[in-house]
Design a protein around this ligand. Structure first.
Ligand code: UT7
Length: 332
């Protein structure tokens, strides 16, 4: 029997209209445009405004776009994986809620919590489902409403994060294209440097946790920065090496958009010229699980069948990794 590969056949995305600029942040905290741009590369981020709107409301248009482009009905989706750390509710899962909102009544699904590496973890999981022959249409969504867990009086975190969602459809093929290889890692000892203190079973929500602002992101930036540079660069390098590839063979690096300096270090490590790096951090900031699929969404028209892409991420947990894919179609 021929080997079944899992290939991305459609990409969708959604970013809210409201733009939170560096100039506005200057009015909220002691920061300035020059510092933010030079230390992170971010100029503005999108924020989901409006009562009753949540992560699923960004995932829905992203998934509907996929279906429209591919010409499929949501009823054809077999499985939906939603990578997020800002689910609409602790339960039911955001995957369930998206399936309900779009009428994907034949799908099962679940949320995957791996912070900024969530999309890569989801993509690798979905690819295995397809490669096994069990499922034919698996959707992976990376979506976060980071503004729901950001303290806009903390200048070390509020300048970084934004809201957004991206999604891909994976389908089987016997062609030599699709998700080729992944190196994924996690290390729970990194929790001390990037976490949310309360709201879980360790420290349930209480008046005290709210007063102490413990439902917001806590980040100790420097150690996270160092681990991110090492983790993303090392796994991307190792991935190329074990597939006998060099930077010359790679059409695009698709990095998690946390900090332009981390992205530059990863590109340098695999000897990739900077024109081959997808970069949209300046306009969306760090959308956590959304960054990588949003890059694919922004660059889709420039991708060609056979292009080799390295996707790389690092996030809270710690979680990190790199995935090699061979792109499966020319758009237009
Ligand atoms: O996506 C999930 C994974 N997360 C990441 O990958 C993020 C990794 N970390 C980072 O990207 C960076 O550490 C930050 C962008 C968060 C911070 O940049 P940094 O270059 O590491 O700054 P720092 O924390 O070392 O602070 C340098 C200085 C400090 O002032 P002093 O002590 O030198 O006087 C800070 O107080 O910059 C100050 N500072 C700011 N100044 C203006 C910190 N935040 C700001 C700010 N505006 N927003």
């Amino acid at each position: 029997m021929q080997k079944i590969n899992a290939v991305i056949t459609s990409v969708g995305g959604y970013v809210p209209e409201f733009r939170l600029t560096n100039a506005v942040l200057e009015t909220l905290v002691d920061t300035n445009d020059e510092w933010i741009k030079s230390r992170t590369g971010i100029e503005e981020r999108r924020i989901l405004k409006g009562e009753g709107l949540a992560t699923s409301d960004m995932g829905v248009p992203a998934v509907l776009e996929i279906c429209k482009k591919r010409g499929i009905d949501p009823m054809e989706i077999d499985c939906m994986i939603v990578a997020t750390v800002t689910p609409d509710m602790v339960f039911p899962s955001t995957a369930n809620l998206i399936c309900d909102k779009i009428g994907a009544k034949n799908a099962w699904g679940f949320d995957l919590s791996a912070a900024c590496s969530g999309f890569l973890f989801g993509l690798t999981t979905a690819a295995s489902f397809i490669e096994s022959g069990r499922y034919k249409k698996v959707v992976v969504v990376g979506a976060d409403k980071m503004s729901s867990i950001v303290d806009y009086s903390d200048r070390t975190t509020c300048i970084i994060f934004g809201d957004g969602a991206g999604a891909v459809l994976l389908e089987p093929t016997t062609e030599d294209i699709g998700v080729k290889d992944s190196i994924l890692r996690s290390d729970g000892s990194g929790k001390d440097f990037l976490h949310m203190k309360a709201g879980g079973s360790l420290k349930p929500a209480s008046i005290e946790t709210v007063t102490a602002k413990e439902h917001f992101i806590f980040q100790d930036g420097q150690p996270v920065f160092k681990a991110a540079v090492k983790g993303m660069a090392d796994t991307a390098f190792e991935l190329l090496e074990r597939n006998s590839l060099t930077g010359d063979d790679i059409a695009w690096l698709v990095p998690h958009q946390a900090n332009k300096r981390i992205i530059d270090a990863t590109a340098n490590r695999i000897n990739l010229s900077h024109e081959k790096v997808m970069l949209n951090i300046q306009k969306y900031g760090n959308t956590t699980a959304g960054t990588i699929p949003l890059c694919l969404w922004d660059w889709e028209k420039q991708l060609h069948k056979g292009d080799k892409l390295v996707l790389a991420a690092f996030g809270g947990g710690f979680t990190w990794g790199a995935t090699l894919i061979t792109w499966g179609y020319d758009s237009n």
